[in-house]
Design a protein around this ligand. Structure first.
Ligand code: AMP
Ligand code: MG
Length: 417
């Protein structure tokens, strides 16, 4: 599949179902294996390149879960009360230096190591004590209120496996086992540029017929959130030589290239032909709305997505196709976006044969049930529909109408962060 008939394969030609397109994208992605060593705070959000095993037990010692008194369960009688001799204290960071013998107990604070000889802690609320004697009014069970050494992580265990994405809990856990640095996968490098003679850079006044380039900004935002290394190649005009040079330059230092615009069937839409000449096209049309004329292929070692120019199409195709590819590149296993079932506030008419992503506002009604309503204007150029929405309403390929009051799937935008 290296050439296409431009007239036949644009908006009217055969388009790949979204699930097939996604399957082909993911099949083409080989995860990055290069790694780098980082201090754990800087590794937040990154993906572990290798298993991290613990050399220590966490907690390191049997320790008290309560403020109270540590005692020997062998001393527990059949019935309360029990009187013990109070021989000292154990605090977190200041262990009791000695052994608890028969008839003895030690004052103990939460987190303090349970002294040798003792195996049970009685809560301080259950005793009356003076400096020398402790009277226990309600007997604890044997072993009560003791957190055993290694109950969180045992020495020698894999504490975190290769492939884990480091969230706040993960970097805390690494600290808890005394690990200051970890090997993480290199971040995916994504090069991108906008195409179009009409595009003007923000900060400069527009000439007649020009519009501001917004796609490089939405793309920047989405890529930044995915933790990619961003290579912004600016705006390239609709000139075949410059577009080809731009694609070649983008392929040099990147794992993945994104472009917007120039992939449709208009007069100045050169990208598909150019890409076909220098790379391998996998598909160029996907049965989704917005975003049908989406190109995917490879150029050298880089993956390529030629996204449509319309600002909403860019976001929809990025989220549905490019994002999973970038996650897999980065060593993660992309999960299908979270779907919530919601009641449609109004009827939604669509065309069968394509998956539609309408911009919706998801909320809960007085009964706590999810309801969703379309934002106003749904055109693929209406970027404000994305700022007003908090979800995509996903209308499946085979549906033609969603009746008011019926259930429809939505993808909350939070799923894409
Ligand atoms: P194209 O696919 O190049 O024909 O572009 C489709 C529509 O999207 C046209 O109205 C373009 O002006 C618009 N468009 C293309 N690229 C951008 C961009 N970077 N920022 C904003 N609008 C764009
Ligand atoms: Mg264009």
């Amino acid at each position: 599949m290296t050439t296409r008939d431009k007239a036949g394969c644009g908006h009217d030609g055969p388009a790949l179902p979204l699930s097939d397109a996604l399957g082909r994208v993911l099949a083409a992605v080989a995860p990055i294996t290069d790694s780098e060593r980082l201090p754990i705070r800087q590794a937040l959000g990154r993906v572990l390149a290798s298993d991290v095993s613990s050399t220590i037990n966490v907690p390191a010692h049997d320790n008290s879960a309560m403020d109270g008194f540590a005692l020997r369960s062998a001393d527990l009688p059949d019935a309360a009360p029990l009187e013990l001799r109070h021989i000292g204290a154990a605090l977190a960071g200041r262990p009791f230096d000695g052994r608890v013998g028969p008839g003895e107990c030690v004052r103990i604070m939460t987190g303090a190591p349970v002294p040798e000889g003792a195996d049970t802690v009685v809560m301080q609320e259950r005793v009356t004590a003076d400096n020398e004697r402790v009277q226990i009014e309600a007997l604890p069970l044997r072993g009560a209120n003791v957190r055993p050494a290694g109950e969180d992580i045992r020495a020698g265990d894999v504490a975190l496996p290769a492939g884990a994405q480091l969230q706040p809990a993960h970097i805390g856990l690494l600290a808890s086992i005394g690990v200051a640095e970890v090997d993480v996968l290199r971040r995916p490098r994504v090069a991108f540029f906008s195409t179009g003679d009409e595009l003007c850079e923000v900060g400069t006044p527009t000439q007649p017929g020009q519009i501001y380039d917004s796609n490089r900004y939405t793309l920047f935002g989405m890529l930044q959130r995915l933790g990619t290394e961003i290579i912004d190649l600016g705006v390239i005009p609709d000139r075949p030589d410059e577009l080809e040079a731009g694609l070649r330059r983008a392929a040099e230092g990147s794992d993945l290239i994104l472009t917007s615009g120039g992939v449709s069937v208009g007069e100045a839409d050169y990208l598909v032909e150019i890409f076909d000449g220098i790379g391998q096209i996998d598909f160029w049309s996907v049965a989704i709305k917005p975003g049908r004329p989406t190109v995917f292929g490879t150029l050298g070692d880089a993956l390529y997505f030629g996204l449509p120019g319309n600002p909403v199409s860019v976001m929809a195709t990025f989220y549905q196709l490019a994002r999973p590819a970038i996650l897999k590149l980065g060593g993660l296993q992309p999960q299908a976006p979270v779907l919530i079932s919601a009641t449609s506030a109004a009827a939604i008419k669509t065309k069968a044969g394509r998956t539609e992503f309408l911009r919706g506002v998801l909320s809960r009604d007085a009964q706590g049930q999810y309801v969703v309503a379309k934002t106003g204007h749904q055109g693929s150029g209406i970027l404000s529909s994305m700022t007003q929405a908090n979800c995509f309403i996903v209308v499946p390929e085979n549906a033609e109408i969603i009746e008011a009051g019926s259930q429809v799937d939505v993808q909350p935008f939070e799923a894409f962060v």
